[in-house]
Each structure stands twice: as C-alpha cells, then as structure tokens.
Design a binder for this molecule. Structure first.
Ligand code: PLP
Length: 484
C-alpha cells in the first residue's frame, strides 16, 4: 500500500479564508458573525493538522472529509453558542450519581422555582409587617416540624448553606476556631471532589486532634484527648466506604454521654440527609436518629438522600445555630432563592408524607417487578432485528456516598449489537439527544430503568431503535466529529 506523504495532505487543507469565502458559509456568517465562524474554522483546521501529524488522518479519509468541512465548522460554531449543560437520561441505576447532578427535582419544585424566581418574592421580607425579614425562616419552620419530635427537650433550629462541605466548614469555624477538634483516625475521610476532613479542618482554623487508630477507636480515646483547648467532638459518617474485620467505633450514645459530661458539643457530619425510612438503608443513620441520640449539631446534604436541591444543612441546638448564623462565613456561604424554593417544596412533601412526590424517593421505592414490567415494555416497543435485548436481574446502587454497599434489586436491559463492541454501543447512546448514559460491565451494555424517569421510557425505546438502525458500520464518533 502506498502512503501519501504528510506534506501533500497538509497542502490539501483549505486556508481559513478559502473556507470562509465558500458560498455555504454565507448563512452561517450572517447568523453567528464573522469572528465566531473564523475562530471555529481555524480551530477545525488546526485539529486536522494534528490528526495528520499523528497519523490518525490518512489520504482516503481526508478526501472524504474535505467536502464536509463546511458542515463540521458550522456544527462546531453552533455548539459553541448552545448550552453546555444539557439533560441526560441516567440509565446507570446509580440513584445519587454525583456526575449526573445527584437528585433530580420534582415538577412541583420547578414550578415553585419558576413562580418565586420569575418575579420578585418575599425572600427577605415580612409581608404583614412590611419589614425586612430573614431568608432562612421559609424552611426553618418546616425543618422544626420535621425534626422537633426527635428532641422534644431541646429547641431545634436549622440553617442552610451551599452544600454539606460548606456546612461542615461553617460549623467547625464557628464552634472551634483557634481550638481543637477531636476526631477518630478511622473517620478522616475523603469524599469525591477533594473534600477531606483534615483540609476542611485546617481551613476552618481549628486544629484536628486525631485519636484512635484507623480500624479501632474507643470512647476512652476521645476522653483522654480532652484538654483545655478542646472545643468540639466530631463524628463523621463513613459514607463512601466500609470497614470489616477487627474494627471498633464508639456508639453514638457513648459520644453523647462524653459530650454531656465534659460540656463539649458533639458535631456529626452525616453526609446524607435521610428524613424517612428507605429501602436498603435500614441500618443507615437518619437525621432524626442523630438528634434523638443527643448529637448537638448534625450536618447533611440537601441533594443526597433528602432528594432536594444542592444545599448543606446544619440542624440542632438553637443556641449553637444562632452563633453560626451570626458568623460572617454564613453570609458568604448562603444559598439563593432558587434553592429555598426547591427545598421548601421538598420539605412540604415530607410533611405530607407524600414520598412519591420526591423523584429519588420514588425511584428507590420501585420494586424489581415494577421495573421488570417497564423493561419488558421498552423491549417490546423496540424490536429492531439487529439489536439483541435480554432482561436480567441485577442491582441498582444508591450512590452519592450514601450506604456504600446498599443495593436495590432491579431488572436490567442487556444490549448487544452483533459486530459492535459494548463501549461503542455505549458511545452511540451518549451521542444521542438527549444522551443516554449506560453501564458497561464485562463487555455488556446494561440499562437500569430504576433511574430513568418513567416519562422517559418512550424516549429510551426510540434511542435503542436509533442505535440499532445505525447498524454495525458507523462509529458514533467519526474522526471529523468535533470534540469541542
Ligand atoms: C457527601 C458528603 C459530604 C459532602 O457533601 P456535599 O453536599 O457534597 O458538599 C461531606 N461529608 C460526608 C460524610 C458526605 O457523605
């Protein structure tokens, strides 16, 4: 086989000006303006030169590509001016998928956001009195009703910040700045996205006083470590890993007793904000369990098991919460009206005990039989000759650092397209609009309908049809497809 020298391939590429003066560019120039189109044309040509240089683009492919260059530039220029954040169909079966936005919001929450954010609102305004108000009263009253029963003898208050990492930072800074915080070596965790307890501690200006060992810590270790500089006892939920074997951790009640005896408050970073019973998480501590046990302050996420918007809550003793509210960091970490609106809707659903109104709770409560029925319907709706679809029992994951080993029984759609690898099938699914994100295991593509919103089932069936029709020849990403 004769190979064309690279120099001759480079010569076949048009110049930016040649490209821009070709007639097919006239409408694009009109629509997007010459600067945007010129930049894109330059970037596309630069990419092609790289592909030639690295031997990825040969003579034959280049010849096929040249007539479509106008199209390539046009698509890339359009995409630069369109949304980067787009909806996807989560068919991974991981309910709180941090990369896919954790908890989807309910239609009701979106409606409340639209109504209160598309116009002015009483975010910080007391309507009856005609005076300035506080933004946290909208949800504090709801948290009080949801949590007060857990701790009847203590007044419980709640404040909301940007996320749970911010909540932990605010609590440590308010309660322990300049002093020491005692924490177990077995709980100095890292949560995805570089949230590390020792780092947060350092940024809060508190000193970490580590006790115990990686696998075993007793309450006596905490007790021995208490000194005149101790400001806080810290307990961290090991959300994203489990330890087995020769391990020991003090019971929460023992830490509470030590906290009472020493007069040093106990902060628990719970991670997930579970507010009701959930399948698969029978042993996972909920917010009320912690408050009932006597923890002074609990920190938890709004978009993990609580199923609301991204947010971080601090709930507990109102005298300590009042101190956090007056910390200037609270102002820096506060949330906006969109978050309050979504959170208020979510909490009202809990008060009504209408758990199906919260999308992730609804997903978690689907039985395997219900999911199998939907999977069967998708399979029947989509019977292209080339695509093979089997149903198989499997497990969904809760994810988001909630119950690392908790799994929910599900029914999976197992796809195979003869002559096409599983990763290529998955890539084709991702190339659709909306992109479908699947699980790939042992060279099989698996779809778990637990995390697909039921109203997306028809879209998913159509998606399967599309990838099957593409047959076994066309790859999802041709070399010319831009990766901007
Ligand atoms: C998830 C988690 C965090 C971080 O919460 P974000 O809301 O993501 O900031 C902190 N601590 C624990 C134990 C967690 O599980």
């Amino acid at each position: 086989m004769k190979t064309t020298p690279k120099a001759s391939l480079y010569r076949q590429l048009p110049s930016v000006d040649q490209l821009l003066h070709s007639p097919e560019f006239a409408p694009l120039l009109e629509q997007l303006g010459p600067a945007a189109v010129k930049d894109t044309a330059r970037a596309v040509l630069a990419d092609l030169r790289v592909q030639i240089a690295t031997g990825k683009l040969r003579a034959k492919a280049l010849t096929a590509l040249l007539p479509t260059l106008g199209d390539v530039v046009s698509k890339r220029a359009q995409s630069a001016l369109s949304y980067s954040l787009v909806p996807v169909i989560n068919a991974t079966g991981v309910i709180l998928h941090t990369n896919l936005g954790r908890a989807p919001l309910s239609a009701e929450a979106l409606q409340h956001i639209r109504e209160t954010s598309g116009s002015y609102s009483n975010l910080e305004f007391e309507i009856a009195a005609g005076e300035r108000g506080a933004r946290d009263i909208h949800v504090d009253r709801l948290f009080a009703r949801l949590l007060q029963g857990a701790s009847p003898s203590t007044q419980i208050s709640t404040i909301v910040v940007n996320n749970n990492a911010a909540a932990v930072l605010l609590a440590l800074n308010t309660l322990a700045e300049g002093g020491e915080v005692i924490a177990s070596r077995g709980e100095l965790i890292e949560i995805g996205g570089s949230f590390r307890i020792p780092d947060i501690m350092a940024k809060s200006n508190a000193t970490l006083h580590e006790v115990g060992t990686t696998n075993r810590t007793r309450v006596s270790d905490y007790k021995k470590a208490i000194n005149e500089k101790t400001r806080l006892l810290l307990r961290v939920h090991r959300s994203n890993f489990e330890m087995a074997g020769f391990t020991e951790q003090p019971r929460l009640e023992e830490l509470v007793a030590l906290s009472r005896e020493s007069g040093i408050p106990l902060l628990e970073d719970l991670g997930s904000g579970r507010l009701c019973d959930l399948p698969g998480l029978e042993d996972d501590p909920g917010v009320t369990d912690s408050l009932r046990a006597g923890v002074d302050i609990v920190a938890y996420s709004g978009d993990k098991l609580l199923g609301g918007p991204q947010a971080g809550m601090l709930s507990g003793r109102s005298d300590l919460i009042a101190r956090m509210r007056s910390n200037p960091l609270f102002r820096a970490l506060r949330v906006d009206k969109l978050t309050y609106a979504a959170l208020e809707t979510t909490l009202l659903a809990y008060l009504r005990r209408d758990f199906d109104a919260i999308p992730i709770l609804r997903m978690m409560r689907f039985s395997r039989a219900e999911i199998r029925k939907r999977a069967e319907a998708v399979r029947i709706a989509c019977q292209p000759a080339t695509l093979r679809i089997e149903l198989r029992d499997g497990e969904s994951a809760i994810g988001g650092g909630a119950g690392p080993s908790a799994a929910l029984p599900t029914c999976l759609l197992v796809l195979s397209l003869p002559g096409v690898t599983a990763s290529e099938v998955a890539a084709r699914l991702r190339a659709l609009t909306p992109p479908v994100i699947a699980r790939v295991e042992q060279d099989r593509v698996l779809l778990d309908l637990r995390t697909v919103l039921p109203e997306q089932d028809a879209t998913l069936a159509r998606a399967l049809f599309q990838i099957a029709e593409a047959g076994s020849s066309q790859p999802a990403h041709s070399p010319a497809k831009d990766q901007a």
